[in-house]
Design a protein around this ligand. Structure first.
Ligand code: PMP
Ligand code: GLN
Length: 379
């Protein structure tokens, strides 16, 4: 058929995970933990399934979970969104991102994002008839160039997509970045989609800077979170979007026909978890910092150069001293010949990406990280 997405193949995550399985490689490519989330969550899920909570949840999400998210948001950000009008539960962050883009982007609209950018944004913009304006950022800090950003705005600009902590570069926005963003768009009718799925995996002293902290920006923003990252359960696919009532109303118009509603027992289990341990997520920076540091120490004896990881459960390595292959070929070679699967960076960019960088996921048991480190040190 005449494809609506002619240039798109299967995602890099699916391809690299399949290659890792095929070659029995340690899979540090697709981002997911090789350990389980809290036992309480599993127990509560079983409980709700057994007690018959097996029919459709309300379209916007189970009230108990939306109330629990409002309370969590107050602890986390000092503001309490209205569960009725400002919180929507989605099938992972992926659905929230797709619903937000579909709800906001009209044919001919421009959407600005920073490259490298997470792979789900571009196809959603294309399917909505929009045009993605991709601003390239460079290593090691991948800092936005605000003059370039202001110059990229046009009368057709409708949406800006931001992501902090950032997948795949593991950088983190500073508070001033949100100020710069606001100053740039204040006089334009532009919305912000803020992908904050790694909000609890942030290693900087100042911590995660959310779009929700900025009183003006948040009036125009949809902030997206994912329980998959927060509770080490990526397969549960429950996320949520926080947005002012008018934006939430538009988002829900799409959500109600994309999925209608999300897995009922999982929502109830998550609500129980939040209620029993309202601050469980505070452990995450220390937990993942220890893994990051362990893995970085293991790589210190290798020929890979480790870039700083300020957030997410990824780190980038420069393999320039190991190979001259381009990053896609190198990621494949590494999987097949070194037994470690990685993600090449260029797949997150539109134009040429003149760097020799791959992304490694350290959300793994210590033994997995040690073995991967040992394999990489042999190269
Ligand atoms: N945004 C980013 C930046 C991600 O890394 C991911 C998944 N790893 C998602 C969105 C999607 O999250 P979910 O699995 O909850 O759909
Ligand atoms: N977001 C995960 C990553 O960056 C992958 C999710 C997926 O496979 N779609 O690795």
């Amino acid at each position: 058929p005449d494809s609506k997405l002619p240039d798109l193949g299967t995602t890099i995550f699916t391809r690299m995970s399949a290659l890792a399985t095929e070659h029995g490689a340690i899979n540090l490519s697709q981002g997911f933990p090789d350990f389980d989330g809290p036992a309480l969550l599993k127990e509560r899920l079983n409980h709700h399934v057994a007690s018959g909570a097996n029919q459709y949840a309300p379209m916007a999400g189970t009230p108990a979970l939306r109330r629990a998210i409002a309370a969590k948001t107050r602890l986390q950000h000092g503001l309490e969104p209205d569960p009725e009008q400002e919180i929507t539960i989605t099938a992972g962050a992926t659905e929230a991102l797709y619903a937000a883009i579909t709800a906001l982007v009209r044919p001919g609209d421009e959407v600005v994002c920073f490259d490298p950018s997470y792979d789900s944004y571009a196809p959603a913009v294309t399917l909505a008839g929009g045009r993605l304006v991709r601003l390239p950022l460079g290593p090691p800090e991948f800092r936005p160039d605000w003059a370039q950003f202001r110059a990229s705005l046009s009368p057709r600009t409708r949406l800006v997509i931001v992501n902090t902590p950032h997948n795949p570069t593991a950088t983190v926005w500073q508070a001033d970045d949100f100020n710069q963003l606001w100053q740039a768009i204040a006089d334009h009718p532009v919305f912000v989609l803020s992908d904050e799925v790694y909000e609890h995996i942030c290693f900087t002293p100042a911590g995660h800077g959310s779009v929700l902290h900025h009183p003006r920006l948040r009036e125009r923003a949809i902030a997206v979170s994912s329980f998959g990252k927060t509770y080490h359960m990526t397969g549960w696919k429950v996320g949520y979007a926080i947005a002012p009532p008018a934006l939430t109303e538009e988002l829900r118009k799409v959500h109600q026909y994309l999925t209608f509603s999300v897995n009922t027992p999982a929502q109830l289990a998550l609500a129980d978890m939040l209620e029993a341990h309202p601050e469980h997520w505070r452990q995450l920076p220390d937990f993942y910092r220890a893994k990051r540091d362990r893995f970085a120490r293991a790589l210190a004896g290798s020929r890979f150069k480790v870039l700083p990881s300020l957030g997410t459960y990824f780190l980038l390595v420069d393999y320039g001293a190991v190979s001259e292959l381009d990053d896609v070929a190198f990621a494949r070679w590494l999987t097949e010949h070194a037994g470690v699967a990685a993600i090449p960076l260029s797949v997150f960019c539109a134009g040429p990406f003149p760097h020799q960088l791959v992304r490694l996921c350290f959300a793994k048991q210590d033994a997995t990280l040690d073995e991967a480190g040992a394999r990489l040190c042999r190269l």
